[in-house]
Design a protein around this ligand. Structure first.
Ligand code: GLN
Length: 313
């Protein structure tokens, strides 16, 4: 399937125009930095699996990657321990709970259920092979950069804001440890996880990161092979389908049909395998923690371009 560039640009521009006036939702406030970001910001971008870049609005504004980081650390950990061990230790089911719930850790002591909620993401970080937390962090940051095709940097402002308020995640890390599903020092894993959430990306970066997954692990702009093995890609997409948008994942699969991932910084990513990735950013969130404008824009672009994984032509 080859989509005409003019049609993509028209869909991106229309999605931006049609949701720009939507004032629904509220910035995340439990991380002080995120509460201070201008809620009017709104960027949309598409990057195709052959490297075409399309954008509208604030697509070059840098925002906190937050939970979307979970996807890229998952790729590193899957490559390190292999798909079977990753599945056994972390899981691949929807949790049915908010992203920071302790329920999955407490009820399912054998796995944290999904790598795309906070519990499973910290467990995932702890599985990444490294001599210590600094090397683990370096590998995660390098992976984010390779997916994006440029150096990605930590925001000290975001990181300080999160590290000084992340008591809930620290508690989850200790629960994982006591349940036997934390594979490094728990406070080190929580620290590295918090850093991976505190990097800055633009919507164009995010769409490029997604297009790298759409292109089976090779960054379509830099041509670097970023995911160690193509066989990791379908399970990554399955994880995104199951839990990428938290408690809204099932509704999203039903209505839109694209594996996705959101973050409380306001970023949203969706992937049509083999074709393209759609990214959007706008800070106000719905109660599930997904960007209101972001979800609308991504869904509109998918519909305009007739992209649905369950209706692949
Ligand atoms: N850093 C955030 C947290 O751990 C990420 C959550 C999110 O984006 N859903 O709470």
């Amino acid at each position: 399937m080859n989509i005409d560039g003019a049609a993509i640009q028209a869909a991106v521009s229309a999605a931006h125009r049609d949701s720009a006036g939507d004032t629904g939702g509220k910035n995340a406030s439990y991380i002080p930095y995120l509460a201070s970001v201008d809620p009017a910001l709104f960027g949309v971008s598409v990057v195709t699996a052959d490297g075409g870049v399309f954008e509208a609005g604030d697509a070059r504004f840098e925002f906190a990657l937050e939970s979307i980081s979970k996807v890229f650390s998952m790729a590193v950990a899957m490559g390190d321990v292999g798909l079977e061990e990753f599945h056994d230790k972390v899981g691949a089911d929807p949790t049915g709970e908010p992203f920071n719930s302790v329920i999955s850790v407490v009820l399912h002591g054998d796995t944290p259920v999904s790598p795309l909620v906070n519990a499973g993401a910290m467990s995932t970080v702890s599985l990444i092979k490294a001599e210590g937390p600094d090397q683990r962090w370096d590998r995660i940051l390098a992976a984010q950069g390779a997916f994006a095709g440029r150096r990605i940097q930590l925001s000290d402002a975001v990181n300080d804001s999160e590290q000084s308020t992340n008591f809930h995640n620290r508690a989850i890390a200790w629960l994982l440890y006591s349940g036997g599903t934390m594979y490094s020092d728990p406070m080190e894993a929580c620290d590295v996880y918090t850093r991976q959430c505190s990097t800055l990306v633009t919507t164009v970066d995010l769409a490029t990161m997604g297009a790298t997954i759409a292109a089976r692990g090779t960054n379509p702009v830099t041509r670097e092979q970023v995911i160690s093995d193509q066989s990791l890609v379908p399970p990554m997409l399955a994880e995104m389908t199951m839990e990428g948008l938290y408690t809204a994942s099932g509704d999203w699969a039903y209505r839109v049909g694209l594996p996705g991932k959101s973050g409380v910084g306001g970023g949203v990513l969706a992937i049509m395998p083999g074709i393209l990735a759609i990214a959007a950013f706008s800070p106000p969130l719905d109660p599930a923690g997904n960007s209101v404008r972001g979800l609308k824009a991504v869904a509109q672009i998918a519909e305009a371009l007739n992209l649905n994984l369950y209706n692949a032509q």
